[in-house]
Design a protein around this ligand. Structure first.
Ligand SMILES: [Zn+2]
Length: 532
């Protein structure tokens, strides 16, 4: 009898105790992925996106909650749970307030490139730790590995002291790193680079895989605001012999390359196959490249997403086999979303959208504003510097206090059709209530030590471009900031959750789920729906 009771008690305690911590955290960013791609295209997904969307915890209203919707800040926020105001990565590039030199977010004059041609980059400009650093603080033998085609994506998700960070060298058609991380690639990575992946896997052209009916709700494949080759932007998109290493970026083959490399990393480093938790960050960049070129409503974007879905399906199958289905957790989000092609919005959605060509529509007006302020102040020095800083002392010397110069600058900027708001340093550093739209998003983006004297808000649904084709992101409007946020683990009870959450919540949610501590200073919060 005693034995039976003991067995029963054991069974009861087993059934009520939490399942063990995951052995692998898989943190995926799909660069430029819009949340609405899942609503629009889920019927075409059968692989990895399907697994996540149909069986995971899906937050349908996830927002960046900051203004600079770019790749650097996006990946830093995903990795660290901190807004740009605290991660220090306020934009992809910023102008140093003292030297006025442009600084790239992952540039590092001390780091040297290793096994490729892509610059000496590192996480030196990131001022807070990321999820991998949090894990290693309590589990020093845990491994943290990050892969992407883009240096800034891989580096900023991985944090300050990961084990390995890899990005793509277009010149070599291979994954590379810098000596901030390691002096030579591990053998499995060298083997992958030497495996002839491109020759084996990339055909002569990127062709359509979905039936014509899949594109019925979209505009034409050949559209004037998409980049034209030989008079058309339609499929197929041929590769140039000898240039595939460069040209696979901007097609699904760029992401397939990175996914296969990530599978090699899981096998080579035995990620999730040791008696502890590891972290694998993977950012797939081609949604961004294709989106910039062809826009979010293009046939190319649907084809790219369908290919990523298949690639992720293969990736999860590989994890099921190597790590075990019960032993890993996945989070998927994005660094930012994107504005539709203005021409597409105007033609097919009847939205007043406009493309401003920088050289024709913007620069001459900014130049004349600059000249006007100089003239009005009778100043020999520029009053506006690099369209980002204000020469307050010159203005002061000539009789304008800071309020007056800001008023005049605002008046001049708002007289330019493309701009609808100007935000000054002291406003972005303040916590006082403000009537200006998106002020909190601008504040969450503003890292004062690296910040400019003013930022501006572009008119909604409009872009400033150097070209007559393509589109971009970077504003606080929801089309740029509404991103997917999905968590999946085996046997999760699938839900769609509509309350507003933020991409900064992803990292603390994963840490809580896996049972390790994170700094109290992060901006994100663990999402209560994600629990074992
Ligand atoms: Zn982009």
């Amino acid at each position: 009898m005693k034995k039976i009771i003991a067995v029963l008690m054991l069974l009861v305690s087993l059934s009520f105790s939490k399942p063990p911590a995951p052995k692998l955290i898989v943190f995926i960013s799909i660069d430029q992925m819009r949340s609405d791609y899942f609503d629009r295209y889920s019927s075409f997904f059968t692989g990895g996106f399907h697994r996540l969307y149909s069986k995971g915890i899906v937050f349908t209203n996830a927002d960046l909650n900051y203004a600079t919707s770019e790749t650097g800040p996006g990946h830093a926020t995903l990795g660290t749970g901190c807004y740009p105001a605290h991660s220090g990565i306020l934009s992809n590039e910023w102008i140093d307030p003292i030297t006025k030199r442009t600084i790239y977010c992952v540039e590092d004059s001390l780091a040297k490139q290793v096994d490729g041609n892509g610059g000496g980059f590192s996480a030196r400009n990131l001022v807070v730790p990321a999820i991998g650093d949090w894990l290693k603080a309590s589990s020093k033998n845990s491994k943290v590995v990050s892969v992407s085609s883009k240096d800034r994506a891989a580096i900023l998700m991985a944090g300050k002291k990961p084990d390995y960070v890899f990005w793509y060298s277009r010149k070599n058609g291979a994954m590379m790193t810098s000596d901030y991380y390691m002096n030579t690639l591990p053998q499995w990575a060298k083997d992958f680079n030497a495996s002839g992946w491109i020759e084996k896997n990339v055909p002569d052209a990127w062709v359509k895989s979905l039936p014509d009916s899949a594109f019925a709700s979209l505009g034409p494949d050949n559209f004037t605001a998409e980049p034209q080759t030989n008079g058309t932007s339609a499929f197929p998109h041929p590769f140039t012999a000898g240039k595939k290493a460069d040209q696979i970026m901007g097609t699904p083959y760029g992401d397939k390359f990175v996914i296969d490399f990530a599978i090699s990393a899981v096998q080579g480093e035995k990620l999730g196959q040791r008696n502890m938790t590891d972290v694998l960050c993977m950012s797939l960049s081609n949604c961004d490249y294709v989106g910039h070129g062809y826009g979010p409503d293009s046939h190319e974007q649907l084809e790219l997403l369908a290919a990523v879905d298949k690639g992720l399906g293969k990736f999860f199958d590989a994890l099921d086999a190597a790590v075990g289905k019960d032993n890993y957790v996945v989070a998927l989000s994005a660094d930012h979303a994107v504005c539709p092609l203005p021409e597409y919005n105007a033609q097919f959605r009847n939205i007043p959208a406009k493309r401003y060509i920088y050289a024709d529509d913007i620069k001459p007006k900014l130049d004349s504003l600059s000249s006007l302020l100089k003239y009005e102040l009778n100043s020999s020095e520029d009053v506006i510097i690099k369209n980002s800083f204000i020469n307050y002392s010159t203005a002061q010397k000539n009789g304008w206090d800071s309020l007056k110069v800001e008023q005049e600058l605002t008046k001049g900027m708002l007289a330019i059709d493309a701009f609808v708001g100007v935000y000054f340093r002291h406003e972005m550093m303040s916590t006082a209530p403000s009537a200006k739209p998106f002020m909190q998003k601008f504040r969450n983006s503003y890292y004062a030590q690296r910040g400019e004297d003013f930022h501006y808000l572009i008119r909604e649904n409009c872009i400033i471009s150097s070209k007559t084709t393509g589109t971009t992101h970077g504003t606080p409007y929801s089309y740029d900031t509404h991103v997917p946020l999905i968590f999946w683990w085996n046997n999760a009870v699938s839900k769609k959750i509509a309350r507003e959450v933020h991409s900064a919540d992803a990292a603390p949610t994963l840490a809580k789920f896996a049972g390790f501590a994170f700094p109290k200073t992060v901006d994100g919060v663990p999402l209560k729906e994600v629990k074992r």
